[in-house]
Each structure stands twice: as C-alpha cells, then as structure tokens.
Design a protein around this ligand. Structure first.
Ligand code: MG
Length: 243
C-alpha cells in the first residue's frame, strides 16, 4: 500500500473533485517559463513599435513616440488602444511620469489604463502629490481609492499587475455579474477583488450598460508626459477557477 501519493483507498477524496488528497493522477499544471515575460503571454508592446495600436480618435496609426524601449504620450494627440480585443486576463505594464515632476494634483503625470477601453485604473504621479483619493495612483477611477499609496519618486519605472474579470450580461442585457478587479502597484496590493460599479465616469456614479466581454486595452492621453513599456497579458478562464 502506498501511503503518501493519494492512490490509497484509505486517503479521502477532495470535495468537488474525483481526486484523493495528494493524488498523482491529478493533471499537472501547465509549464510557464516566467522570463523575460510569461511564455503564455500575449505581448502588446515590446518597446519596438506601435504596430499593434491605433488612435482611438480615427483608428489611424498612433502619434505617440517610441524610443529607447518605451512609448511616450504626445500630449494632445489622443488616447491609443490595441488593435486586438481581449477579455478576462492578467495584465502587466510599466509606466513612469516626467522627472522632475511637472504640475500638481491631477496634472502631474496623469494617464490611465482602460480595460476593454471602458474601465480605468488611474495612472498618476502621486509621490508627495495628494489629490482626491478615488483619482489617485492605482485607483479604480471615481470608484475605489487604492489600499495604499505605493508610488516611487518620479523618474522611476513603476509596475501595474491587474487581474481583470469582466462583467457578464444576460441575452436581455441585464447585469448577471459585475466586473471584478485586483491591482498590484509595484508588487503591492492596492485593489483586491473590487466589484466595479460600471464603466468609468467623470463626476458621475458609474452604472452598467451591456457590452461585449472583450475589448481593446486603451491608454490615456491626459496631456501629461507619461511613458509605458513592457505591456503583456495572459488570457484567464477565471469562471473555471473561481469558487
Ligand atoms: Mg487618468
């Protein structure tokens, strides 16, 4: 009789599964090489060009600049979005605001990361720069302040890691389940499984309206100089893994 591999009939079956505790017949997790980015990730920006992006305004090539492995907002040229649409995912990106800092409050390194082009995680240089909490760095804009302010001083690269689980609507367009979002800023948890109120609004309470489960990733031109690099996502089947 094997005592430690889950094959023994003496070892109980785990609830909700057909596997015993420590069962060697349970499927192995897929192998993902984590470097330089996860091997199952879709790279949206690798520092070379903006061929996978378009202007939100007219669908043409973006006017943002690419140099030295990053893209930089050209103020006044408008938001840009990926040509590709995608849904539930783990998203990674890096950003940095102008150094030395320029402007105050919402005018210091303001940009934004919009999931599905609709739901904004605020990008802002809030290092020693207070503003309204639901609009600070790592906020779900207009809804949830971050748990902490994890900003590095301006000029340093900062990371966002976002878990996005989009909302679902019935065939009649009624909300079945809200969107959920978790965010780590520089590896520090700032949003945990927040149930969102709806697509981002300015000075209004967000409410849902039916939309597709997929959409582009959009980055904001808020007329501030902000740089982005190393943008990728991993598609996730969160409905299959959530309990
Ligand atoms: Mg913004």
């Amino acid at each position: 009789m094997k005592a430690d591999n889950g094959q023994s009939e003496d070892i109980p079956v785990l609830p909700g599964t057909s596997y015993r505790v420590h069962d060697e017949n349970r499927p192995q997790p897929p192998v993902v090489d984590p470097d330089p980015h996860p091997s199952d990730a879709v790279v949206l920006f690798d520092g070379q060009d903006l061929s996978g992006w378009q202007s939100k305004k007219d669908g043409g090539p973006p006017s943002w600049q690419v140099q030295d492995g990053y893209m930089e907002v050209v103020p006044g040229t408008g938001n840009i979005r990926t040509r590709e649409s995608f849904g539930d995912c783990q998203l990674h990106l890096e950003w940095t605001a102008a150094a030395p800092a320029e402007g105050d409050g919402q005018w210091r390194g303001n940009s934004g990361v919009f999931l599905l082009g609709l739901y904004e995680v605020q990008v802002l240089d809030c290092y020693q720069n207070p503003t309204y909490p639901d609009g600070t760095t790592g906020a779900v804009y207009g809804q949830y302040p971050p748990l902490v302010n994890a900003c590095r001083p301006p000029g340093n690269w900062q990371t966002y890691d976002i878990i996005w689980w989009g909302p679902r609507f019935s065939d009649q367009g009624e909300l079945v389940r809200p969107a959920f979002m978790s965010v780590l800023h520089n590896g520090i948890l700032v949003q945990y499984h927040r149930a969102l109120l709806g697509p981002t609004r300015h000075k209004k309470v967000a409410t849902y309206y039916p939309h597709a489960p997929v959409g582009p990733l959009e980055l904001q031109d808020h007329r501030c100089v902000v740089r982005f690099r190393n943008i990728w996502y991993r598609p996730l089947d969160l409905a299959a893994t959530a309990t």
